[in-house]
Design a protein around this ligand. Structure first.
Ligand SMILES: Cc1cc2nc3c(=O)[nH]c(=O)nc-3n(C[C@H](O)[C@H](O)[C@H](O)COP(=O)(O)O)c2cc1C
Length: 156
């Protein structure tokens, strides 16, 4: 299965999971970056990110090169921000049409994912969602996250 992982990661947790998927499946990685990728303190990052969720903003992304057509499976990953997938993923999906694809989804969070996976699935309606997973504090539990990722991949 030719696989791509399209992901956004602010603090490295989603990137860690994306890299695990690459190492186990040979997937291509497409990392999204906002144009406004400033180094902010923790509190400022939370304010900035939550404000984008609450105002339903789609932050502009740095240019990326992604053609979905050759891929059998596209995995999307993002951190949970204010109980939603982080808005840069929404920007991506508003400018790149993804339809009729097999999709796997993951979110990274700190214990409050709420209905973020359902919101993520809704952003990808028109596709076949084959699997969805959430990872809690991946970088604090590296071995557990590695094991969870490989168990997850086996179920695809
Ligand atoms: C703006 C912002 C909002 C967040 N909101 C939540 C939340 O609602 N629930 C939660 O469990 N964690 C929340 N977090 C924590 C992140 O989801 C968590 O640290 C995640 O692992 C980060 O993934 P990343 O390292 O790929 O950016 C938030 C973090 C930020 C920066």
């Amino acid at each position: 299965m030719k696989t791509a992982v399209v992901f956004y990661s602010h603090d490295g947790n989603s990137k860690f999971i994306a890299k695990q998927i690459k190492s186990q499946t040979g997937a291509d990685l497409i990392q999204l970056y906002t144009k406004d990728e400033k180094k902010r303190g923790k509190f400022a990052s939370i304010l900035w990110g939550c404000a984008m969720v609450f105002m339903n903003k789609k932050p502009p992304l740095k240019p990326y090169d992604f053609d979905p057509s050759p891929y059998d499976l596209i995995v999307f990953g993002a951190p949970v921000w204010a109980a939603s997938p982080a808005p840069p993923i929404k920007t991506f999906l508003s400018q790149t049409v993804i339809t009729g694809k097999k999709i796997a989804l993951f979110v990274c969070h700190a214990g409050g994912k709420e209905d973020a996976l359902d919101k993520f699935k809704a952003l990808l309606s028109g596709n076949e969602i084959i699997s969805a997973a959430d990872f809690k504090n991946s970088l604090k539990n590296i071995e557990e996250a590695q094991q969870q990722t490989s168990d997850w991949i086996k179920g695809w």
